[in-house]
Design a protein around this ligand. Structure first.
Ligand code: DLZ
Length: 159
């Protein structure tokens, strides 16, 4: 079956998580961010231990993650890249993903890749749970990013 299979009961109490999101494609990004935060709290992360910051676009996510990460147990970097008519999409997607991976490995703190790279807005909406005519279709990947952040933060703490 496609998608993330939960492996264990995660307890995120005591973890501090930073969520950074973009302002490009904001309606979709907001849906993803809300789902990530909701999943974090449902797994026990206190609201007071979650910080939400914003940046202009996906390309800025790695730098912001690097600068803001100290003191957090995990970072979720959220953005939505939608392919246009030029090569911009390819360059931004590639450098954003590589940059986020580098920040996480260099810092030794998990950085969750919450960046959708879609061919169309419709694809992105479906992956944010706001697809279809009812604007309720699809699966919101933000949930998976919230649980990935908790799971990886606990792994990093040796739990
Ligand atoms: C320039 C650009 C383009 C074309 N598309 C997107 C997009 O789909 N999603 C996104 O998050 N950001 C986009 N950007 C903006 C870049 O990520 C970045 O903010 C600017 O190039 C400034 O560095």
């Amino acid at each position: 079956m496609k998608g993330l299979t939960p492996t264990q009961t995660l307890n995120g109490r005591g973890l501090k998580v930073l969520v950074i999101h973009t302002r490009w494609n904001l309606e979709i990004v907001n849906s993803l961010t809300q789902a990530s935060v909701a999943k974090l709290t449902s797994l026990g992360v206190l609201e007071t231990d979650i910080a939400v910051r914003e940046v202009p676009g996906a390309f800025e996510l790695p730098f912001a993650a690097m600068k803001l990460l100290p003191g957090y147990d995990a970072v979720i970097a959220i953005g939505v890249l939608i392919k246009g008519d030029t090569m911009h999409f390819e360059y931004i997607s590639d450098s954003t993903c590589q940059g986020l991976m580098r920040v996480g490995l260099d810092a030794g703190i998990p950085v969750v890749l919450g960046v959708l790279t879609c061919l169309t807005e419709e694809q992105a909406c479906l992956r944010a749970g706001i697809g279809g005519v009812d604007k309720k279709s699809g699966h919101n990947h933000g949930e998976d990013w919230g649980s990935a952040a908790v799971e990886m933060a606990l792994l990093n703490r040796g739990k």
